[in-house]
Design a protein around this ligand. Structure first.
Ligand SMILES: Cc1ncc(C[n+]2csc(CCOP(=O)(O)OP(=O)(O)O)c2C)c(N)n1
Ligand SMILES: [Mg+2]
Length: 377
């Protein structure tokens, strides 16, 4: 038994299902699979440069990279439609890029610059992109889970009550295994089950919350999908190191959630190759354990498949990587060239919705709309 398995449990990684059944991913156009690989390479390169920029002190505050987990964001976003809302925790750069955010807005956000997606006021943990239906980036563990239920309530209400049709959207609410024991998640799951909300709670189960292995902190650690039973929702367990497998597993769950307008809970087994954050010496796990996962990472796996199918060769992969490196270099140039926000100008902007008017910091905010509407009290 390997060190990896002793440390985080024999069933941390589940066997890939894609080889055992008809794979929806394998029947997609080759261009789609190449785009998934390119996106994973982009996320990886972006994160490598993020780590360097952090060490160069261009990025301050907390910063958590997504290296190793790329197949989860890429496979999951591919399994939903662009109009379907997404919300996630603080390890959010991969979701932002996979959702279509230009890397330059993501990088500038981390640099704390006005050219960032939140004008540099949010930083690494708060990637928002309304045009791409990404609703954050949230730093409080589990805080995004009631928001996920709320987003699903919102789309369902608009589709069914306001437009008199049927619920069409599915919300993806990502969370780490560390959020499994937060009260907020269980309240959100209860409401989702009770109100038939089309939200999928996607656990990016990388086996650790900071330095605590899932076996030390969570009941039923090998079978967390059992938690879905109590809330009457369907569940699935997916190998998250294989992008095609993530797509296949998620597509089934998404289709079912959309058709029935019901919630779901998914345990996606993955691994973060780096530390929890930039200041983590990783003393709670061994180098051998890390190597077990690194040797069979999501990028290598997808690339080998494409090589085998003769859809890509080494030169093609080199050209793809070169193009990605150029794109990430451009994002750093953009972030470097972008000025920091003018504090006096920006501090109270984007705090209140428009009808309350700008808050000038000394008086009650001026109310622009009619009294008695939303926001009173
Ligand atoms: C409510 C709350 N408690 C504690 C923290 C400190 N904290 C930040 S990240 C983290 C671990 C979360 O791990 P997990 O959800 O597994 O996500 P991962 O880092 O593995 O992606 C903790 C405890 C926090 N941000 N919020
Ligand atoms: Mg975790």
């Amino acid at each position: 038994m390997s060190a990896a398995h002793t440390a985080i449990g024999t069933s941390h990684l589940v066997e890939a299902e894609s080889s055992k059944r008809d794979s929806a991913a394998r029947s997609l156009p080759p261009q789609t699979l190449l785009e998934w690989l390119r996106m994973m390479v982009l996320i990886r390169e972006f994160e490598v440069r993020t780590m360097q920029a952090y060490q160069d002190r261009k990025i301050g505050g907390f910063c958590h990279v997504y290296i190793g987990q790329e197949a989860v964001a890429v496979g999951c976003t591919a399994a939903v439609e662009h109009e379907d809302p997404i919300v996630t925790a603080y390890r959010d750069h991969g979701h932002a890029l996979a959702r279509g955010m230009d890397p330059k807005y993501c990088m500038a956000e981390m640099f704390g610059r006005i050219g960032g997606c939140a004008k540099g006021k949010g930083g690494s943990m708060h990637m928002f992109d309304r045009d791409n239906n990404l609703f954050g980036g949230h730093g409080i563990v589990g805080a995004q889970t009631p928001l996920g239920a709320g987003l699903a309530f919102g789309t369902k209400y608009i589709d069914e009550v306001i437009n008199g049709g049927r619920s069409q959207r599915v919300t993806l609410c990502f969370l780490g295994d560390g959020a499994l024991n937060q009260g907020a998640l269980h309240e959100a799951m209860n409401l989702a089950g009770l109100l038939n909300l089309p939200v999928i709670f996607v656990v990016e189960n990388n086996g650790y919350s900071m330095g605590t292995s899932i076996h030390r902190g969570t009941t039923m650690a090998d079978e967390i999908t059992s938690k879905a039973i109590g809330y009457g929702m369907m569940s699935a367990q997916i190998d998250g190191m294989d992008v095609m497998n993530v797509y296949d597993g998620m597509k089934e769950v998404v289709d079912e959630a959309r058709a029935t307008s019901r919630p779901a809970f998914v345990d996606i087994r993955t691994y973060r190759f780096k530390g929890h954050s930039m200041s983590d010496p990783r003393k709670y796990r061994t180098r051998e354990e890390e190597e077990v996962y690194e040797d069979d990472g999501p990028i290598a796996k997808a690339r080998e498949y494409l090589y085998d199918q003769k859809l890509l060769d080494e030169d093609g992969f080199k050209a793809m990587s070169k193009e990605v490196r150029g794109q990430v270099r451009e994002s750093i140039k953009w972030a470097d060239a972008s000025p920091p926000p003018d504090v006096a100008e920006e501090l109270y902007k984007d705090v209140y919705v428009e009808r309350w008017g700008p808050y000038n910091g000394t008086s009650e905010p001026e109310m622009l709309g009619e009294p008695g509407g939303n926001g009173e009290g």
